[in-house]
Write a protein that binds this ligand. Sequence first.
Ligand SMILES: [Zn+2]
Length: 772
Amino acid sequence: MTGKVSIYFPAEKETSNLRFHLHAPFASTVARDSVRECEANDALRDHLADLVSESMTAIRDQGLLTVGFLATLPNDKDNLSEFYRPVMNRLVKAFREEKLTPMKQGGHASADGIFRGLVRLSDLIADDDLATILGEGTPPMWIANPPQLNHREDNFLSMLNITEWTTNHLVNELSTHSESIVEWLARKPHEWHQGLYSLLYPLMDDFPTKWKLLTLRIVPCSDGIYRVGSECYFPSDDVEDDEDFPRVAKAVFSSGTSTTQQEKAREFLAKIGVREVGEAEQVEAILQQRYSQGSIKPRQHDMERFIELVDKEPGKASLFHKYFIFQLENGNWGKPGIVFLDAPYVDTGLRVYYEAFGEGSGRKWALSPNYHESGIELEKLRKFAKLVGVQTCLEVVETNTHENPDWRYLMGAPGRYRHESSRDTDYVIPKLEQLLQTPNEEISKLVWTTMCASQEKYLTATYRKSWSGGTRCRPSQLVHHLRNAEWIPQQRKGQQGYAFRKPVDAVAEMLPDGYPFYPGSKWLEKIEFGKTESDRKDLERRKQEKQTQDYQRKDTAAEELGFSSVEEAHEAKEMVALKHKDPAGFKRWQDSNREKASFPTRPVRNSERRKERLSQQYANAPEKRYETRERIVRTTRGEIDPETWLRNRYTKDGAQMICQICEKVMPFKKRNSEYYFEAVEVLSKDYFPKEHEAQFLALCPLCAAMYKEFIKREEIAMDSLHATLKDADDLKIPLELGELITSLWFVETHRQDIKTILNRIEDHLDSKFNSP
Ligand SMILES: [Zn+2]
C-alpha cells in the first residue's frame, strides 16, 4: 500500500513513500496538487511525526504492535524525501527509548539491552539462559524474530541498533569455562544438548572456531561429568557406563524425532573427537593408566595384549613410543626408544656395545630376561619390539660432513648453494671412534658383522651445493674410524689371545672364527683391509716376474749368439776376460785343446739295454700338467647390443655420429662405412648387477681412453659421478679428466634410462637390506 497525502483534498502529485496516509492543513502549491516548501509546513510535519510516534503506545496497548505491524513503519530503504524523513527518525527514537519493540517471549522492550539473533539460536538459548550466560540484564532479552531477513520488518529493526548475538558469541562464552556457565550447562537436560550440537555443527568448517570447539567441555557423560570430545567414547549396545572409557550420555544424540538432528549431533561429536571403543582405544587407556611416567603398575597379560594389537594392526606401533612398557635388565622401566635386544632373545652383541658407553648419554638398556620365562612367544616379542622401535642391531646413523677429515675438500664443491638441490650426508656409528680405542674382541665382532650386512652407501660422504655444481665424494667418517683404529683381532699360531691391528696391517688368514670374510667386499676395500700384505705380495710377484723376464731376455740373446744357455754365455764371457788377462796362457790352452780336437764318439755299448733304460725313464717322466685357473668371464655381454643402441641415439641428422665427451664427430669410419667408436660402460661393473644398453657411453677412442683412465680407475671419481647420475636430471654433467675440465652429455632418453636404472638398483638394495 502506498500512503497518500491530503490537504482536505488529495494532493495528487505529492508522494510521501510512507505506508500510511497523512492528512493535515499543509499550504499547497498554486496548482493545489502538492505540498509547498515553507516553514509552516515543516512545523506542521513535525507535529505529525510526534503524533505518529506517540500513537505507538496506544497501538501497543491495543495488542496491535506485533512484528508484522513493523512492516507499516518507514525504514531507510524506503527512499523518503527530506520532508518526510523526520517522521521515520522520530519513530526510531521512540522505539529506542520506549518499550515498543515486540519481544520473543511476549511483551515489548526498549531497544537498548535487548538482543537479536537467529531463530534456531534464540529457540535453544532462552531469555533466562542468555541472561545467565551474559551475567547481566533481565528478561525479556530476545526480540521477536521477523519472518524473514531483509524484509520490511527486519529493515526497521535494523535501524534500532539492537545488539546482535550469534553462535560464535555462544562459543566464546562457553570457552571461558566460568563457574556460572558450567553450572548453567549442567542444569540442561541431555536432550537439550542435541540441539546445541546441531547448532554448532556448521562451525566445524570454520578453522579458528573449530579449534575452540575441540577444547570445550560440552559433552556430558553417563557419569554426569562434562568432558572435551577427545576424552569421551560412544556408548555401545551393551555398554553405556564405563569407568575406563567415559561414555557419552546417549540422549545427547538420540532424542526427539528429528533423525537429521540426531545424525548431525552424532557427527558433531565424532568431529570433536568422540570415538568408538576399539582394542586400540582400550590399549591406549591401559598405557595411560599403567605405563605413564611415575605410575608404572604393570599387569600380567598387558604385554600379550600389546603384542596382539600390533600384530593385527602394525600401524598402531606408534601408540607405544611414549609409554614405559618394557622392563629393563636393571629392573627399571623404559620407553621402546631406550631399549635394545640381546641374549637371551637374540644375539645382537649390543650389550657389549652399550656397556662400553658407560653411563654416558645415548646409552640404551637391555630388555629384562623376565619376559623369557613369561610364556610369551619369543618370536612375537622380538617382532613387536622391533616394530615399536627397540634396537635390534648396531645402527649406522646419518649425519652431516662437518666432522669428516676430508671436509675441506668436500666443501670445495663448486657452484652456488641452493637449498633444494644441496646435499650433505655422512655416516657414523655413534661413539665408535672412542670404543675402538680400547680393543675388545666382542665389539670388534659386532662391528665386523654389522659392516658385512650394511649398505654400501654408508661408506661414502657426499657433498654438493647444487645439481649443476657437481657432487664431491669421500670416504665416510665411518670408514675413517674403521681405517684408523687398531681393532681387527689377529690370531697367531700357537699363541693365546689376539693382537689387534689396523685393517691395513691385518690379514684374512689370521681372523678368529666368526668373522665372515668375503674377498672383494666394498667395505673391506675402503678400510684398506690387508693392504700391507697384498702390497708386499704384489711387490714380490713383480720382482719375480722381472727376474724371469730378465732371464728370458738374456736366454734369447745367448741363443742368438750361438750359446746353448745363459750359463754357457757367462762361461764364454769369463774366457774372454781370461784371454785379455793372460794372452800367452790362453794361447797355450787353445793349442793344447786343438791337439785333442778329435770328436768324442762315445759309442753305445749295449744298444738294447740302453733303449730299454730310456723307455723306462720316459715312462716315469712327469707328464706336462695343465691346470684350469679360475677366471671370471662376463658371459652375458653378448646378450645386449649397446653399439647399435648408442649408434641410433648419437647419430646426428642420420649422418654424423657424435662423441658424448668431446662432442666432436667420431674420427674415422670402419670398412663397412659405419663410424668407429667405443661403447664404454659408464661405471664399473660393481655398480650394475644387470646388463643393459643404457649403461654404456658412446665415446671416440681418445675420450674412451681418458674416461677409462681417470674415471673408471678412480673410485672417488666414480662415486661422485654415480651420485650425480642417480639424483640429478641435467643432460650435461661436469667431468674432470685429469687436467681437462669437460662434461658428459646425454640425449634425454638415455639420461632418463640411466637414472631409472641406478635408482632401481638402489631401491632393490635398500629393500634387500631392510627386509627383516
Ligand atoms: Zn671424444
